[in-house]
Design a protein around this ligand. Structure first.
Ligand SMILES: *[C@@H]1O[C@H](CO)[C@@H](O)[C@H](O)[C@H]1NC(C)=O
Length: 181
């Protein structure tokens, strides 16, 4: 029933290496202010945060902006992101992605980072320095409404920590009513 193609998550995967982060929604403000310990909002007003912040990470994310601010099913979502890598990232880097839908663990999977960065026209090795990215993805209508919590943690081949990014996505039923109504 849940057609949760990995390319829905691709933006997040990419974000691990590239300082972009796509798959997120503007949260209700009570939730938004409720950042968990070890998490820190990224400038730009999106609900995307860094996590495990007490651990040194190779990627610093300076900005994440989403347009529209509230991602909707059946619509395009554009993400602008700026970040910088403090070291090169070579082949063999990977990203562990966990997605919870409500209380259900929907995805718990490891992806090859260098295979994924091709989606934003980059290739490994990623050299250290600044990255500015813009990426548009279409969010399918078929994504079930509800609350999604995503964690993505990226590491180099030698298990150096690249980044931890988390986002909470809330898809409401509103857009569904538009489609069937
Ligand atoms: C998303 O953007 C693409 C490329 O511009 C366009 O072809 C597509 O119709 C857009 N989708 C929606 C739902 O607006």
């Amino acid at each position: 029933m849940v057609s949760f193609n990995k390319y829905l998550l691709l933006p997040l995967i990419i974000s691990q290496a590239l300082a972009t982060s796509i798959f997120a929604a503007e949260e209700q403000s009570p939730l938004k202010s409720n950042t968990l310990p070890g998490e820190k909002p990224i400038p730009g007003g999106s609900p995307v945060s860094t996590c495990d912040v007490l651990e040194k990470q190779l990627l610093t994310i300076d900005l994440v902006e989403l347009s529209p601010e509230q991602p909707q099913r059946g619509a395009n979502l554009t993400v602008n992101a700026i970040g910088h890598l403090s070291a090169d990232v070579a082949e063999g880097a990977y990203v562990d992605v966990d997605v919870r839908y409500g209380y259900i663990k929907l995805i718990s999977q490891t992806y090859d980072l260098c295979s994924e960065v091709g989606e934003v026209d980059l290739e490994c090795p990623l050299s250290k320095g600044e990255y500015k990215l813009t990426k548009t993805v279409e969010i399918p209508n078929e994504v079930p409404p509800g609350r999604y919590v995503v964690y993505a943690r990226a590491y180099t081949k030698d298990d150096e920590f690249i980044a931890c990014i988390t986002a909470t996505v809330v898809f409401t039923v509103d857009s569904l009513w538009k489609i069937i109504g």
